[in-house]
Design a protein around this ligand. Structure first.
Ligand SMILES: Cc1cc2nc3c(=O)[nH]c(=O)nc-3n(C[C@H](O)[C@H](O)[C@H](O)COP(=O)(O)OP(=O)(O)OC[C@H]3O[C@@H](n4cnc5c(N)ncnc54)[C@H](O)[C@@H]3O)c2cc1C
Length: 486
């Protein structure tokens, strides 16, 4: 198995593949990890995916070190309109069901990549740096991968090689979407005169800027038709010029504390996430502006969805048709994120009509229902896979389950594989699932049983001791009978 790209998505996917028992090589063209300042907000599904692999304590430590805050209720913003934590209905069932990871929601991307790299390495993943993929040939029974250091063969290849994906281009997968209108910069800088900037988000006819929340962190947005040269290096002078234009000040930046980034609102989704033996995940499959901090989260969601499926098929434990569920389950989530970010570009513009729209939205987001709606979307707690079954857990990421022995259900997921929560007195569900899922017995109250996929999605749940539906779910997802995918 070859994964192209050692960004957060490639690393997360490689770890899941290794956990699923397949040998993985990660090819990365960079000689060293990317120090650029990009993602910071981690949504609930991402934090829970890492929690299931035993990484929650490390995530909490990184958040404490970098933010100085252990647990806090992350809300985020919509198009620069902050979402007031005091207005959120935290008792909302979808929010209240997922609170175990509250101390792990703001992690700088380079630190997350470091954590994922260590995790993947412990699972036996080898990252080969300085290797750039330049050619691909899908032979039908495998893939020949051409690189600057020679050719390699693999059964399957996953392109996790970012928005400009070479794998996507070589596989001939179209990337339709909408063209950029903006250029944005983000940097952490030293400033001679920070008092010239207002804290938070500020609008002007030239664009938008944000100052904070950490000292020196600045971001700008200008509606200039997008960057003229997307590959040109980003300099302190670029960030200063943009900040001066949008803030209308002569603020002076004296140094960079972290590698700056430039982005646009180029918004596209791959026409398919799979072509034969080649898959796409992360930014290679979808790009969009970073508003609301969704891209890395979306990509990690792809990785954990694809990882166990591809491992099961590659090692002969499942039929190939299982792989079709990857595109079917992840494309709708990607399409939603693209629209969530496009909508924010619409209200960020400096023109009077967008300003009026911003006013209407600010009123709506100033209500308890409006804020709660937006916070739930950003947190990812409303995401679901369309699956048969009437139980409210079915198709959702499994909520926090505290067991009577003091452990949590996710503590039992570190080794990957399927989990079966069984709270029946006679271990009715566990007997059925033996050999197909790790059975977690509990005598606590609440849901009587649930079958959870390695990516945290519940495929069957029951409030009673009646096992109806469990055997078909086991056979479809965790057993050898995968004919139902056809
Ligand atoms: C300013 C900014 C803020 C952001 N904030 C957030 C946020 O708060 N939350 C969030 O979820 N997301 C955020 N994002 C988005 C997030 O950074 C990306 O979605 C994420 O990095 C995508 O990860 P990836 O692994 O798919 O791709 P990348 O991180 O781009 O990694 C791709 C890797 O592939 C390698 N590669 C490329 N081509 C080849 C090749 N031919 N051969 C070998 N290797 C190759 C690259 O060197 C790179 O290491 C932000 C982005 C920006 C720009």
């Amino acid at each position: 198995m070859i994964v192209v790209g050692a960004g957060p998505v490639g690393l997360a996917l490689a770890a899941e593949l290794a956990l699923g028992g397949v040998s993985v090589r990660v090819l990365e063209r960079r000689d060293s990890p990317d120090p650029a300042m990009r993602a910071q907000s981690i949504n609930v599904p991402t934090a829970e995916a890492l929690d299931r692999r035993g990484l929650l304590p490390a995530l909490e430590r990184i958040q404490r070190e970098t933010l100085g805050v252990a647990g806090f209720r992350f809300t985020g913003h919509f198009a620069g309109m902050p979402l007031d934590p005091g207005l959120v209905d935290w008792a909302d069932p979808e929010l209240a069901a997922h609170t175990a990871v509250e101390g792990a929601r703001m992690i700088p991307q380079p630190r997350l990549e470091e954590l994922l790299a260590g995790h993947a390495e412990r699972l036996g993943v080898h990252v080969r740096r300085g290797v750039e993929v330049t050619a691909l040939e899908d032979t039908g029974s495998g893939v020949v991968v051409g690189t600057n250091t020679g050719s390699l063969r693999a059964g399957w290849v996953v392109g996790c090689d970012g928005g400009h994906s070479t794998v996507r281009r070589l596989a001939g997968i179209p990337f339709p979407g909408t063209d950029p209108e903006i250029t944005g910069y983000q940097a952490v800088v030293d400033m001679a005169d920070p008092e010239k900037l207002a804290d938070g988000w500020s609008w002007s006819p030239q664009g938008v800027y944000r100052y904070g929340p950490q000292p020196g962190r600045v971001a700008t947005v200008e509606f200039d038709g997008g960057p003229a040269d997307r590959s040109a290096p980003v300099t302190l002078a670029d960030v200063q010029s943009s900040l001066r234009r949008v803030s209308g000040t002569d603020v002076t930046l004296t140094g960079l504390r972290a590698a700056p980034t430039r982005w646009s609102d180029n918004t596209r989704q791959a026409a398919t996430y799979r072509s034969g033996r080649v898959f796409l995940a992360g930014d290679a499959a979808h790009v969009h502006p970073p508003f609301g901090g969704q891209g890395l989260n979306l990509g990690v969601g792809d990785a954990v969805n694809l990882g166990w499926k591809l491992a099961a098929v590659a090692s002969g434990r499942a039929r190939e048709a299982l792989l079709d569920t990857y595109d079917a389950e992840r494309r709708p989530v990607g399409a939603w994120v693209l629209d969530w970010t496009r909508a924010q570009i619409g209200v960020l513009r400096g023109d009077p009509k967008s300003g009026a729209l911003r006013g209407v939205l600010a009123d709506l987001l100033g209500t308890r229902d409006g804020t709660t709606y937006a916070v739930k979307q950003i947190a990812g707690v409303t995401q679901r896979v369309s699956l048969p079954g009437a139980h409210p857990w079915t198709g959702r990421y499994v909520p926090d389950v505290l067991l009577s022995d003091g452990t949590r259900l996710s503590d039992h997921a570190h080794e990957g594989g399927f989990l079966l929560l069984d709270r029946t007195a006679g271990a009715v569900f566990g007997e059925l699932a033996a050999g197909r899922a790790r059975v977690v017995r509990d005598d606590g109250a609440g849901v009587a049983g649930a079958l959870v996929r390695p990516d945290g999605v519940v495929v069957w749940a029951s409030d009673t001791t009646d096992p109806v539906g469990l055997e078909p779910a086991l056979r479809q997802w965790a057993g050898s009978d995968l004919l139902s995918y056809r």
